[in-house]
Design a protein around this ligand. Structure first.
Ligand code: ZN
Length: 276
């Protein structure tokens, strides 16, 4: 999974009115490829933490010239912790006496950069210390359920008794589907069905499947809310499609098939109930 660009909030807590240093840092971080949000002058720790959360930053760079860093910097860290956002790296800079640095680090400021620090050192420190966030992937909702499993059989008459007598499943529907040259028996199991598929012609797809692979699972159908959308996603991902567009599947269904090459070896059907 790709790591996203580092996002930094450059913030100036306190009352001093000079932001040239902060702006130079912000530009330096931008030049290094980071996304930088600048809070503006005279921000309270509360405002800074709110902005950091809203902007979903990885790092807050605090700049202070006012001498109030000993109160303001630790307060930012404390508020982040209170919000459960202590994975955000906090660094500080500005006019800060060296003797204050150990106490600031103790309070959770990861590093304190004094005026002699180069931008490059600051960039390197942030790069190596932020907890990188991953780019969220666009994962769809899972299918509602397995709509049905299609099983190719040479003879419904021979295959059915196992399902009806041993498993006790009921044939809820049986039909000849002309354009697929198949007789299908639908057996209910919970909210799903098993479809036993017997070919009606020797050159039908099911007959060819039986010739090549023998009786067995022909396809698995997943109940989805939008077949067209699933097809679009599958196409974009480079899946091998059998149907380029959704088509009527009988029984109030809209269906489309994805080739076994793209699914781990099982012909896969997207199945949408259009009557729901
Ligand atoms: Zn099917």
């Amino acid at each position: 999974m790709a790591e996203r660009t580092i996002r930094v909030l450059v913030a100036k807590p306190g009352l001093d009115g000079h932001d040239r240093g902060a702006l130079v840092i912000a530009q330096g971080l931008r030049d290094a490829g980071m996304e930088v949000v600048y809070s503006g002058l005279r921000q309270t720790p509360e405002q800074i933490v709110a902005a950091a959360l809203q902007e979903d930053v990885d790092c807050i760079g605090l700049s202070s010239l006012s001498g109030a860093h000993m109160e303001l910097f630790p307060e930012v860290v404390r508020l982040l912790r209170a919000q459960g956002a202590d994975d955000i790296l906090v660094v500080g800079g500005g006019v800060i006496p060296r003797e204050d640095i150990p106490a600031l680090k103790e309070a959770g400021i990861a590093e304190v950069f004094t005026p002699g620090t180069s931008i490059q050192e600051t960039v390197e420190f942030i790069r190596t210390h932020v907890r990188r966030k991953e780019v969220p992937q666009d994962i769809p909702e899972p299918p509602d359920r397995i709509d049905h499993i299609g099983i190719a059989v040479p003879s419904l008459r021979e295959a059915l008794p196992f399902y009806t007598e041993q498993l006790g499943m009921r044939v809820i529907h049986q039909e000849v589907i002309e354009d697929q040259q198949v007789t299908a028996a639908f057996l209910a199991v919970g909210e799903s069905t098993v479809e036993l598929l017997e070919p009606t012609a020797p050159d039908s797809p099911i007959a060819k499947f039986l010739d090549k692979r023998g009786p067995g699972i022909h396809h698995v159908a997943y109940r989805v809310k939008d077949v067209a959308e699933r097809l679009r996603r599958a196409r974009e991902a480079g899946c091998r499609l059998i149907d380029e567009e959704p088509r009527p599947g009988g029984h109030g269904k809209l269906i489309a098939f994805v080739h076994p090459k793209s699914t781990g070896g099982v012909l896969t059907e997207f199945c949408q109930r259009v009557d729901e």
